[in-house]
Ligand binder design. Structure first.
Ligand code: TA6
Length: 309
């Protein structure tokens, strides 16, 4: 079983509009609701790839109930979310057909009490022994300590379970110091963490700070991996346009699927890059286009980069 942790789950709403403009009433042409938050997206992709996946984190209120109901229809996915008194947030992604880009609005999330955080730690400790890998994903809701991911990483490491971290800001900084097996920042998160804009230098700096391996998602330039056994780049052959919401989560899912299947690093990166581009192809947040995934996985290659990692 692969375990994903989403402390700040969400109901992701996607609005499609012909043209996005300020000071204008927009007529929405299409609406989609999906269970979301980064680790929830990772779990849905993994489950659709056939991997047994368990979702934990917090859910509460009517949106939390909706999210749990929506997840109950997913084969291979088990709900181990911890109930809270607050209400699960919503996010809104507005897809602008004319501009070909997406504007995202994320609520901060409900305030989590100290007792709820203790309940989550207990649930997590009971799930870890059955996990072959764990992914800790997304922002922290108010009330959760900033060192939460560092704590969960230390627990996974002492249980001998490989742990991946995908977050930003101070939780990322503290999480890296707890020595996760893998971090998956985007270019901005990596630059913010290390103070250097060159992705390769920045990825190496993140490894020196404690991450065993780094896979940076660089938008249209694809993925850059710095690992203990080498460095690679993998990018889709053509520019993919569409809704990028959840594309980074699909990178995490591809990396975990490859890890669980014992694939080598180049193969893991090909899957991750193909799943990410196939997610941009799909119109709803966090979904991927199956045909595009198969096609891209056959055409993407991972290129080894010179120099010791
Ligand atoms: O990566 C896309 C997404 O997972 C959306 O589904 C949305 O729920 C959001 O990110 C959550 O990110 P945050 O950093 O606010 O936890």
């Amino acid at each position: 079983m692969i375990l994903t942790v989403t402390l700040n789950t969400a109901v992701d709403l996607t609005y499609h509009v012909p043209t996005l403009r300020r000071h204008t009433t927009h007529r929405v042409t299409e609406t989609q609701d999906r269970p979301g938050g980064k680790g929830v997206n990772v779990a849905r992709v993994l489950a659709r790839l056939g991997h047994s996946t368990t979702v934990t984190g917090f859910a509460g209120g009517p949106t939390g109930a909706w999210l749990r109901e929506a997840l109950s229809g997913e084969p291979h996915l088990k709900d181990a979310l911890v109930p809270i008194g607050g209400t699960t947030r919503r996010t809104v992604a507005v897809v602008d057909a004319a501009g070909g880009d997406t504007t995202q609005f994320n609520e901060p999330g409900p305030t989590v009490t100290a007792a709820e955080w203790e309940a989550l730690k207990k649930a997590y400790a009971s799930l870890l022994p059955g996990a072959e890998a764990v992914a800790l994903c997304g922002s922290l809701p108010p009330g959760v300590p900033v060192g939460a991911y560092a704590h969960l990483i230390r627990e996974a490491r002492s249980a001998g379970v490989p742990v991946l971290l995908d977050t930003s800001g101070e939780p990322l900084r503290r999480g890296i110091a707890a020595r996760p097996d893998l971090v998956k920042p985007n270019a901005a998160e990596l630059a913010d963490l290390t103070g250097t804009r060159d992705p390769r230098h920045a990825a190496r700096a993140a490894r020196r700070r404690g991450a065993r391996a780094v896979v940076a998602s660089l938008g249209a330039e694809g993925l850059l991996a710095e690992t203990p056994v080498g460095a690679w780049r993998a990018a889709p052959p053509d520019l993919v346009r569409g809704n990028p919401t959840g594309a980074g989560d699909s990178v995490v899912a591809g990396l975990l699927a490859g890890l669980a299947e014992g694939a080598d690093w180049p193969d893991r990166l090909v899957r991750a890059a193909a799943l990410s581009a196939a997610t941009v192809h799909a119109s709803a947040a966090g979904e991927y286009d199956e045909a595009a995934y198969r096609d891209l996985a056959a055409r993407i290659t991972a290129t080894a980069l010179p120099g010791a990692a």
